[in-house]
Design a protein around this ligand. Structure first.
Ligand code: XIL
Length: 302
């Protein structure tokens, strides 16, 4: 294939990017996005603060813009994200207990119902485990409603959109030897054992000096997959530049392709200038939209 999406499709996979809806009017941006990618994640537009700014009042125009652009251009959509401690609207930040639990479930139901039939996979729950060596859940208002908030969210999502794959998504679950990885693995194993509906695990894979690409990444992908879920690389970006960065992109792609249930890779933005990282050059296109060494290594490895 001559594009990332076409090359990934040769092995039955997708290659995606995060899209910021307001940038689709930038022709350089839109041209690259449309040419190279087969899966789209809304960078912010389907998050809780965007879709339910006031409790019970839903706002889907920004998310719909991205979903419509994807459909018009023959691309699939990853939904991101239904339940998360971050980017909560202020009304939700101020809630707790059973009222918050019900508000969260209502949010999951309403948003997944709105997008029913349009979403390949939902990141149902994002970033629920703590960093560091404990393997504990992350403290949050949602976590304080009880350990079972995650499975409750998954059950609500399944009921609302039975056709969407349902994923647990997190960062720092790339290194197999890290306690956070093991904690996420144990949760997925438990869900599979008890019949909680879960279809996939998303590894964000934001790699930088504090959280570098680990040599055991393939082991992690294989281990999750062996539980009977698909694995997807959902928010890839790699700090660095030049050949070293390109080599790491190549290794990530090779690891995914070595695992049959690793069925897609998404980078978290188009050009370096689009990255959520305020400094750095972690993506596949430079600020002018030119292909970087990392792009060519990725395409070659697919
Ligand atoms: C980031 C977006 O890229 C930024 O535009 C926004 O200001 C903050 O969120 N993990 C996630 C993503 O799951 O939703 C985050 O996206 C990056 C980290």
């Amino acid at each position: 294939g001559s594009t990332l999406g076409d090359a990934a499709a040769e092995s039955g996979r997708y290659f995606g990017t995060a899209i910021a809806g307001y940038k689709l009017s930038d022709s350089v941006y839109e041209t690259i996005a449309n040419r190279e990618f087969s899966m789209i994640t809304a960078e912010n537009e389907m998050k809780i603060d965007a879709t339910e700014p006031q409790q019970g009042q839903f706002s889907f125009s920004a998310g719909d813009q991205i979903a419509d652009w994807a459909a018009q251009n023959g691309k699939q959509v990853r939904g991101h994200t239904l339940a998360w401690h971050s980017q909560q609207p202020s009304w939700m930040q101020n809630m707790e207990g059973s009222a918050l639990r019900q508000a969260m479930l209502d949010h999951v139901t309403q948003v997944a119902t709105h997008y029913r039939g349009q979403i390949y996979a939902w990141d149902v729950v994002n970033e629920a485990f703590a960093d560091g060596g404990t393997g504990a859940r992350r403290d949050s208002n949602l976590q304080r409603t009880g350990d079972d908030w995650i499975e409750a969210a998954f059950r609500a999502a399944r009921a609302a959109d039975p056709g969407a794959k349902l994923c647990y998504n997190d960062y720092n679950i790339d290194n197999w030897s890290w306690a956070k990885t093991q904690a996420a693995y144990d949760m997925v194993a438990d869900f599979k054992a008890r019949g909680v509906p879960i279809d996939c695990v998303g590894l964000q894979s934001h790699f930088n000096s504090g959280s570098p690409y680990p040599a055991n990444y393939r082991t992690t992908l294989e281990s999750f997959a062996a539980l009977g879920v698909d694995v997807q690389i959902t928010e890839l970006d790699i700090e660095g530049s030049g050949q070293q960065q390109a080599d790491t992109y190549r290794q990530v792609v090779e690891d995914c392709l070595a695992v049959s249930r690793c069925n897609g890779i998404t980078v978290w933005g188009v050009r370096d200038s689009d990255s959520w990282r305020s400094s750095g050059t972690p993506l596949l296109f430079d600020g002018n939209g030119n292909k970087k060494e990392a792009y060519y290594a990725t395409l070659d490895a697919l």
